[in-house]
Ligand binder design. Structure first.
Ligand SMILES: [Fe+2]
Length: 318
């Protein structure tokens, strides 16, 4: 239905399927999204979690948890989830008003650490929040750790979910009339998630320290341009991209250096992702378009050099 890959948001639902999830959300205030993160992205994020630094975080007596410090994984998730295509899909499912931003954090609830999560509603007077999301990043199946949502007044539980499937997610409604909580995981395995909210405004979320399109342009260290000829290339693990109205935005989530590729340049990138070989890309473009091969070769060299210079591509030895 909705899947996030290293190349951005991929959406496929039939009208019938959409109506079904809309009805389910309106009745229960929660909707499950199977395989929200694709295998390759999940594997990369889990690697970043393994080497992450965590700190104890307390939320005004509501909850305590082990929270992850900002790192490559969080940068990548913020970049990918701040995508108008995803916003539109969430708006269609939940019926919420226009989303302008996603903000979130990654955290673990670890059995035996005294972590807790009491009933609360995620209402923040400073930032209006429409819809919450939780994505399971755990590497092992945890016990307990059930998310419950209830009517604040009648106390009737409208939905509950353990969400133990790897990379699965669920969306839940934020409302003054509702409350939610997560029961503590039992057993040995922690419950590690990306949790966040879809918000109306692009600004006002200071902790994420990211711009409106989920990226921050940082100053590049001066690097010597590599003038050797390039044949095979590879996209580094930490590089993710998403579609924009005019092409594609590519970012290195580690350095936060990004490049906007418009028109034919974004097509170059998509072919490079698929074929990983500069000459094969050149052949594919020549099949598709009537272009001067010499000019094309020159353009391709230019883009590859530029992408390598910004750490968005790396050379692979033949
Ligand atoms: Fe919450």
């Amino acid at each position: 239905m909705i899947q996030i890959k290293k190349t951005g948001t991929h959406i496929s639902f039939s009208k019938k399927n959409l109506r079904k999830v809309q009805n389910k959300y309106s009745q229960t205030n929660l909707i499950k999204i199977q395989k929200f993160l694709d295998k390759s992205l999940l594997k990369f994020i889990q690697q970043t979690v393994r080497s992450a630094e965590f700190y104890p975080r307390t939320d005004r007596g509501i909850a305590t948890e082990s929270c992850m410090r900002q790192n490559t994984g969080i940068n990548a998730m913020h970049f990918l989830l701040n995508d108008p295509a995803l916003f539109k899909a969430v708006e269609r499912i939940t019926g919420c008003k226009k989303i302008g931003c996603f903000a979130g954090r990654m955290y673990s609830l670890i059995p035996g650490r005294g972590h807790y999560d009491h009933w609360h509603n995620d209402i923040d007077v400073r930032h209006l929040r429409y819809v919450g999301i939780s994505v399971n990043l755990s590497e092992r199946v945890y016990q307990g750790g059930v998310f419950k949502i209830r009517n604040r007044f009648s106390k009737k539980i409208t939905a509950q979910i353990a969400n133990t499937g790897f990379g699965n997610a669920f969306l839940f409604r934020i409302s003054k009339k509702l409350q939610h909580r997560v029961t503590m995981p039992t057993g040995r395995n922690p419950r590690t998630v990306l949790a966040g909210w879809f918000l109306p405004k692009k600004r006002g979320v200071s902790f994420m320290r990211l711009g409106s399109d989920g990226t921050v342009l940082t100053k590049m260290k001066t690097r010597r341009p590599d003038n050797r000829p390039v044949s095979r290339v590879q996209i580094p693990d930490e590089v993710v991209s998403k579609r924009t109205a005019s092409g594609r935005l590519v970012v290195n989530a580690k350095t936060r250096i990004c490049l906007r590729l418009d028109g034919i340049a974004s097509h170059f990138w998509e072919l490079l992702e698929e074929l990983k070989d500069v000459k094969a890309v050149s052949r594919a473009i020549q099949k598709e378009y009537e272009v001067d091969p010499v000019r094309l070769e020159k353009d391709l060299k230019f883009y590859v050099k530029r992408l390598m210079f910004k750490g968005l591509l790396i050379r692979v030895k033949d």
